[in-house]
Design a protein around this ligand. Structure first.
Ligand code: PGA
Ligand code: ZN
Length: 423
């Protein structure tokens, strides 16, 4: 049981220099918690609404002062002096206070900030590390997730030179987070050497810290990743594999996908993915098709069976109703879990439970606009995520999460577990 004394917030800047917010929660016994809220660029149409000011005089309309005022005003007035038994009770109260189906009145950013700050305050009240408190909320044993780490970027995160948004690497047999990051760093350096030779690039990185050279085609992006793995001295597919975030909704219009100078339909994309996934060591494929093409997603899962697991990001938007639909239709094999797509911890937990019940894997994911806050690492550990996707190993907003994992690995008995690689 926790009595809230007050909640508050301040507008801060994220890793793209755009506004977001940091929320504070103070409990009546003086314990406090704070958390900042991330923000996406390639957002799904079904995401909860991130409230922006729309004032063109500030940050191109992206200011978050309205959301901050909602926390300091209406939300604080409603919460101050109230007792909450649990995270779920607080989150349901916030959902009802907002009263809309996508949190557009108070803003999903405002609501999530309060949800997370309360969670941190409750963890402190129990003198529990955040991951342990989150594990208790979920009723799970904590464990370290396997990182999926951004190597090359395209799409909305890199000015759209290549359609595909992310080529990531997975180190399937690494025994620890430390070893995963060591190997990743070697592959990243090898990749940098290759692209600086071929494209004369300095170390310029995209939104999530990935390298973003002007590859001629998506295939060049994939084959360069494989070359980098080899150059670093590793065996592609066995020691280091690839995972793609296609983010296909970003280059789709009127039934066609505009990729590598071609315009192709759903079947063309399915053929392309089959070819890629049988040529390159791709173990995960996220958002391969448009976010509302449920029939296409059913086919994609079948086409890739035995090679590559599909991951739903924009398709699912961490939304329990969409996840139920995907389970019923057998349209997906894993959930990309982004808490700010739905707006409270409790709803994200429901999404995670649905996915687990269907024997899906769960990838806990950051957003392309992040802050130095590291709560996501604790969430991935506490909710026993199979994978964590945070971006590259450059840029402190990404490293805050990897460093938290390194610290947990070194100071607890938490272990990285082995996972089946394809489905
Ligand atoms: P976003 O990108 O945060 O810009 O949505 C991450 C992703 O698509 O997985
Ligand atoms: Zn994605």
């Amino acid at each position: 049981m926790s009595e809230i004394e007050s909640v508050s917030a301040v507008e801060i800047l994220d890793s793209r220099g755009r506004p977001t917010l940091l929320a504070f929660c103070r409990l009546a016994d003086g314990v406090t918690g704070q958390a900042s809220v991330p923000s996406g660029a390639s957002t799904g149409a079904a995401e909860a609404l991130e409230l922006r000011d729309g004032d063109p005089k500030r940050y191109d309309g992206l200011g978050c002062l309205k959301a901050v005022d909602n926390i300091k005003g209406e939300i604080n007035d409603a919460l101050a002096g109230r007792h909450f038994e649990s995270q779920a009770e607080l989150d349901h109260f916030l959902i009802e206070l907002d009263g809309t189906e996508n949190k557009r009145r108070l803003g999903a950013n405002a609501i999530l900030g309060v949800s997370l700050a309360f969670c941190r305050a409750q963890a402190s009240q129990r003198s529990a590390p955040l991951y342990a408190h989150l594990a208790q909320l979920a009723g799970l044993g904590p464990r370290l997730p396997r990182p999926m780490i951004n190597l090359f970027s395209g799409g909305a995160h890199a000015g759209g030179q290549v359609a595909i948004q992310d080529v990531q690497i997975v180190v399937p047999r690494a025994g620890s987070i430390r070893q995963t990051l060591e190997i990743t760093s070697e592959v990243f350096r090898a990749a940098f050497n290759l692209v600086s030779e071929r494209y004369g690039m300095r170390l310029l990185t995209a939104d999530e810290g990935g390298l973003a050279p002007p590859f001629e085609t998506s295939e060049a992006m994939l084959s360069t990743a494989v070359e980098a793995i080899k150059l670093a001295g590793y065996f592609p597919g066995l020691e280091v594999s690839l995972a793609l975030d296609v983010a296909a909704s970003q280059f789709y219009s009127e039934g066609r996908y505009h990729i590598d100078g071609n315009s192709i339909d759903r079947n063309g994309m399915l053929d392309l993915f089959y070819e890629w996934c049988t040529t390159f060591p791709i173990v995960r494929l996220e958002d391969g098709l448009h976010e509302s093409d449920w029939v296409g997603w059913q086919q994609l899962k079948k086409v890739l069976a035995g090679h590559t697991l599909t991951i739903g990001d924009d398709l699912l938007c961490t939304n329990p109703a969409r996840i139920r639909r995907a389970i019923d239709l057998q349209a997906c094999a894993s959930l990309l879990l982004k808490v700010n797509q739905i707006g409270t911890l409790t709803e994200a937990l429901e999404a995670m439970r649905l996915a687990r019940k269907a024997n899906w894997q769960v990838v806990v994911s950051a957003r392309s606009g992040e802050t130095e806050d590291d709560w996501l690492a604790d969430l991935a550990v506490g909710w026993a995520g199979d994978y964590i996707k945070v971006g590259s190993i450059t840029q402190s907003e990404r490293l805050a999460k990897y460093n938290r994992l390194l610290i947990l690995e070194a100071t607890t008995d938490l272990k990285l577990t082995n996972l089946p690689t394809a489905g």
